[in-house]
Write a protein that binds this ligand. Structure first.
Ligand SMILES: [Mg+2]
Length: 225
């Protein structure tokens, strides 16, 4: 293992927990006097968010349409979201320990993330993990998204390595595992107890139910080679 490249959301960052916190606080400040329970509101926010795959403007419009009675403006919802999800992100358990350990082993690290430059850079900055990474590629600035092969290949190129010498660690079967496998990465799937896609070959080399469990599996596989 000469380098490790990571996905950001739901791999290094526990985006789902940050969204839950956003929804809980929004309910407490604006909806707690109404009929809707906090748990139902939180679940509805997650449905509308679709793990971040709903475009942001569409997400805020959906929220505003559903809950306009409870808020003075759509920007109230937007501001709360950016505050909770971008500016105070939640790291997955064990991330700092693993990044420190890999740095001690002199293994260079990278991030390849789909999303807006503003959002992803804010999450990296506010979670204070930026210094661990020698390569950071965000799709908006790069010009193409995962699973376009050039985005993974560029990470390997910037690390000065061939893709075969690198691991890619992420939660998305297509965007993280399948895509990076196509250019030759060794792949680790953080499954978070979600199913693999029925029509896709299970092309990961190792998997784990959490970030830490997945990194344990990577290290075990490396030691076995
Ligand atoms: Mg992800």
């Amino acid at each position: 293992m000469k380098a490790v490249v990571f996905d950001l959301d739901e791999t290094l960052i526990d985006r789902s927990s940050a969204v839950t916190r956003f929804a809980e606080r929004l309910w407490e400040s604006n909806l707690s006097n109404g009929e809707l329970s906090q748990i139902d509101f939180v679940n509805d926010v997650h449905l509308k968010d679709r793990h971040g795959y709903t475009p942001r403007d569409e997400f805020f419009t959906l929220m505003w349409e559903a809950y306009s009675k409870a808020f003075t403006s759509k920007s109230t919802i937007e501001d709360a979201f950016y505050d909770q999800v971008w500016e105070t992100p939640v790291l997955a358990e064990g991330v700092i320990e693993w990044l420190s350990r890999l740095r001690e082993l002199n293994i260079p690290l990278g991030i390849v993330s789909n999303g807006s430059t503003r959002a992803q850079q804010a999450k990296i900055k506010h979670s204070r993990i930026g210094d661990y990474f020698s390569v950071t590629i965000v799709s908006e600035a790069f010009g193409v998204k995962k699973p376009d092969p050039t985005i993974y290949q560029s990470a390997a190129d910037q690390l000065g390595l061939s893709a075969h010498e690198c691991w890619f660690v992420g939660d998305h079967p297509v965007n993280d595992v399948w895509g990076s496998k196509q250019v030759g990465f060794q792949t680790a799937w953080v499954h978070l107890n979600r199913p693999w896609l029925p029509d896709l070959d299970p092309c990961y080399d190792v998997k784990g139910e959490s970030f830490s469990a997945t990194m344990d599996a990577v290290l075990e596989k490396e030691r076995g080679v």
